[in-house]
Design a protein around this ligand. Structure first.
Ligand code: HEC
Length: 130
């Protein structure tokens, strides 16, 4: 009898747990207005059009000449102004694309969005930095 009760308990736990895990999905509760979505999509389009991924990684995927940009936006040592400066004037090896203000803002919006979705990556990167 005890075995049956334990088996039932385990089975019910499994069903409840599975229900919980599979109905929660991967939604991240990020709410974007229509204009923000347009900006981000435009930034992503520029990112692809100018082949940024040839040198940069996002979520660890891409080329290795330049740094990973997934958390560039929230990184205390990089952030919005370094991104902006790089996009306008370039670096030692980063090409100077001379983007206009509208293009720069779109790329920043895209990188900011990517950053907000990188929840599991952030603790690891902070640990590596310190
Ligand atoms: C030819 C390779 C190359 C391409 C293409 C390239 N980058 Fe870079 N990028 C670099 C390198 C290398 C650095 C590091 C600074 C340096 O050495 O110039 C960098 C730095 C940056 C930085 C500063 C972040 C940091 O951690 O230093 C940003 C932001 C950036 N790139 C964005 C972009 C975007 C957006 C594009 C596409 C429009 C792009 N890059 C295309 C090579 C590249």
């Amino acid at each position: 009898m005890t075995k049956i009760i334990i088996a039932c308990f385990l089975f019910i736990s499994f069903v409840v747990y599975s229900g919980f895990i599979y109905t929660r999905g991967t939604a991240n509760n990020i709410k974007l207005s229509g204009s923000e979505q347009k900006m981000i999509a435009h930034g992503k389009q520029i990112y692809q059009q100018y082949n940024c991924q040839a040198c940069h990684q996002i979520y660890g995927l891409g080329g290795y000449l330049g740094p990973d940009l997934t958390t560039a936006w929230s990184d205390p040592q990089r952030g919005k102004y370094l991104i902006k400066a790089m996009l306008i004037s370039g670096g030692n090896r980063m090409p100077a694309f001379q983007f206009n203000n509208e293009q720069t803002e779109a790329i920043i919006a895209y990188l900011k969005y990517v950053d907000t979705t990188a929840t599991s990556l952030k603790p690891r990167i902070r640990q590596e930095l310190h």
